[in-house]
Design a protein around this ligand. Structure first.
Ligand code: GDP
Ligand code: FE
Ligand code: FE
Ligand code: FE
Length: 196
């Protein structure tokens, strides 16, 4: 895959190398599979393939930064202090976009927003947001109860794939008695219920 536009100040190979340098081998391989899945979903949905691919490649760039680095960024860069009550699962997307802009020279808001929303979604999601959100969930390395149905649903209808993922993830978090980030509930309320 070769970049045609100047969205990133690097070639695809240079960008992949920068992402790889910040991640374990297995996490980097996940990013490559999300990139590949995002390209497929973008082609199917007549969306911007290059932005989908870049978002997929970089989306977990910040996943393995130490908590202290996120905590300092939340304090220093004007993030909502409520984020301090959560952890890496929430931070690596919402705050991770800040590190991606700083370290990878990506200033494209379509890509940065998709990264910000890739874990918790949002009530309103662009097609690129939806593609990254779903690609992360169904990439070929994923194996969880329901993944086959998640893939079938998402490849048939992207928005239906988003709804399936939100319901599945929230159900799993509640069953595990995890703390739910309020924006995750806002996402659920906007996408899943068919009536009040
Ligand atoms: P990954 O980075 O590729 O592993 O995938 P994601 O970024 O989509 O998700 C990271 C983790 O965050 C997953 O285990 C999700 O289940 C979890 N997660 C999503 N929403 C919430 C939330 O509201 N609260 C908590 N505690 N975890 C969440
Ligand atoms: Fe992630
Ligand atoms: Fe996700
Ligand atoms: Fe991911």
């Amino acid at each position: 895959f070769t970049y045609q536009e100047n969205i990133v100040p690097y070639s695809r190979a240079e960008l992949a190398q920068k992402v790889a340098a910040n991640l374990s081998e297995s996490r980097f391989q996940h990013c490559l599979r999300v990139e590949e899945t995002a390209i497929k979903l973008a082609e199917l949905n007549h969306a911007d393939v290059e932005r989908a691919a870049i978002a997929g490649l970089v989306h977990d760039y910040a996943k393995q930064l130490p908590d202290e680095v996120f905590i300092e960024a939340i304090h220093e860069a004007g993030f909502d202090p409520e984020l301090l009550q959560y952890g890496n699962a929430i931070w690596h997307g919402v705050v991770g976009a800040y590190f991606i802009e700083r370290d990878l020279g990506i200033h494209d808001e379509t890509i940065l927003n998709a990264v910000r929303r890739h874990t918790i979604g949002a009530p309103e999601m662009t097609v690129i947001d939806q593609i990254l959100f779903v690609a992360d969930f169904i990439e070929p390395g994923r194996d969880f109860p329901g993944v086959v149905q998640a893939r079938e649903t998402a490849f048939a209808d992207l928005a239906a794939g988003v709804r399936f993922e939100i319901l599945n993830t929230l159900t799993f978090l509640i069953e595990g008695q995890k703390k739910i980030y309020p924006k995750t509930i806002d996402t659920y309320n906007a996408w899943v219920p068919t009536q009040a």
